[in-house]
Write a protein that binds this ligand. Structure first.
Ligand SMILES: *Cc1c(COP(=O)(O)O)cnc(C)c1O
Length: 362
């Protein structure tokens, strides 16, 4: 790690690979002989067109996105898409939402504004979102325009290990905090979308991967910048896109490729998460609430069971060179977000500190 940098466990915006930051630094003043920084470039220039074209091509090759899907880079973050999705997909105005945490609940609330009938197909709120609703908990409407899920619950530390069977109804999934952490079968989804600031780039872009047959149904009053069909026709450049963020997306995808792609990423992430979970499972000072079979590889939540002691943990962790370990206010306790860019050494160092702290405070 570069001198002076610390292990940043932020849930988002989050740690980026050092290799990517260094590459961006090296290209900052004069990008590939253009005489200017990517920050300063016209989005209509040939040199920038090559960047956005490469970002999309890399997204397709790394994720294995078939030709009958479009890849869009939009603004408004994942929250913007909570509104854009019903505007674009609401053919009959009915949709099913599976609520497994805060963000899927927010998507549902936003959907209600634009749909005639937004339904809750299942919710795990009763156990404070400590598990993912299973197939037999779902009451799905076969005539819905789509079924919405949030695949990794950033705040509660749970993740779908199966995909709901939705028949002919398109599955729409928020992958903000797990995109590119492991291989996915894109053909199982109608739409995959993600805010990029967890695993992909600095904040400012929502990536939308949408199957062609779902285009062309936007409500007439959909803003142009969120009309998926119009954006697809303009290759995400209906207006000025977040040019620098898209450039970093390209660099992050190249970094993933250089490490062996998503299979290799999954292996790394499983090993990293195991360092933390194996420790947590073998002791009783720290408690976890996420159901074991639904645990996230990206966001690991734990607590001592005593709010003052949790606060002490967070405070001390900062002095040891860790940042952003405080849990979300909805959950309390601690949360370590260990996205793709977090090295295994960071997780090992955290566990060493956790052991020390437990020893000193039990
Ligand atoms: C962070 C996050 C969001 C919110 O993303 P914004 O880009 O800030 O709107 C939505 N869903 C999930 C799963 C997230 O982790």
């Amino acid at each position: 790690m570069t001198e002076g940098r610390i292990y940043n466990f932020s849930a988002g915006p989050s740690i980026l690979p050092e290799e990517v930051l260094k590459k961006a630094q090296g290209e900052m003043m004069n990008y590939e002989g253009s005489g200017m920084s990517v920050l300063e470039m016209s989005h209509r220039s040939k040199v920038y067109d090559e960047i956005i074209t490469a970002a999309e091509a890399k997204m397709r090759s790394v994720m294995g996105i078939p030709d009958n899907y479009k890849v869009l880079f939009l603004q408004g973050g994942a929250t913007g898409m909570f509104a854009a999705l019903p505007m674009n997909l609401g053919k009959t105005g009915t949709a099913d939402y599976i609520i497994s945490g805060n963000f899927s609940g927010n998507a549902y609330k936003e959907g209600k504004k634009f749909l005639k009938d937004a339904r809750v197909a299942a919710t795990s709120e009763a156990d404070n979102f400590s598990h993912i609703p299973k197939q037999d908990e779902l009451t799905l409407n076969p005539d819905a325009d789509y079924v919405h899920i949030c695949e990794n619950n950033t705040i509660f530390g749970t993740k779908y290990k199966y995909l709901p069977e939705t028949g002919n109804v398109p599955l729409v999934a928020d992958l903000s905090s797990c995109i590119l952490s492991e291989p996915v079968d894109v053909t199982k989804y109608g739409v995959i979308y993600a805010g990029v600031q967890k695993n992909l780039a600095p904040a400012g872009v929502a990536v939308v991967i949408i199957r062609d047959d779902l285009l062309g149904h936007a409500a007439a009053n959909t803003p142009n910048v969120w009309d998926f069909t119009k954006e697809a026709d303009k290759k995400s450049m209906l207006n000025t896109p977040p040019t620098y963020q898209i450039y970093i997306i390209k660099l992050v995808l190249e970094w993933i490729e250089s490490l062996g792609g998503l299979e290799a990423m999954k292996k790394r992430n499983m090993e990293k998460a195991a360092v933390l979970y194996d420790y947590l499972d073998g002791q009783d000072f720290y408690k976890t609430s996420a159901a074991k079979e639904d645990r996230s590889m990206m966001n690991v939540c734990f607590r001592t069971g005593d709010a003052d002691l949790d606060a002490k943990f967070v405070k001390e962790s900062v002095t040891k060179g860790f940042s952003n370990l405080k849990g979300h206010r909805l959950v309390g306790g601690m949360r370590a977000s260990i996205y793709n860019a977090m090295p295994k050494e960071g997780v090992e160092a955290l566990v060493a500190f956790m052991k020390e702290f437990a020893e000193a405070n039990k």
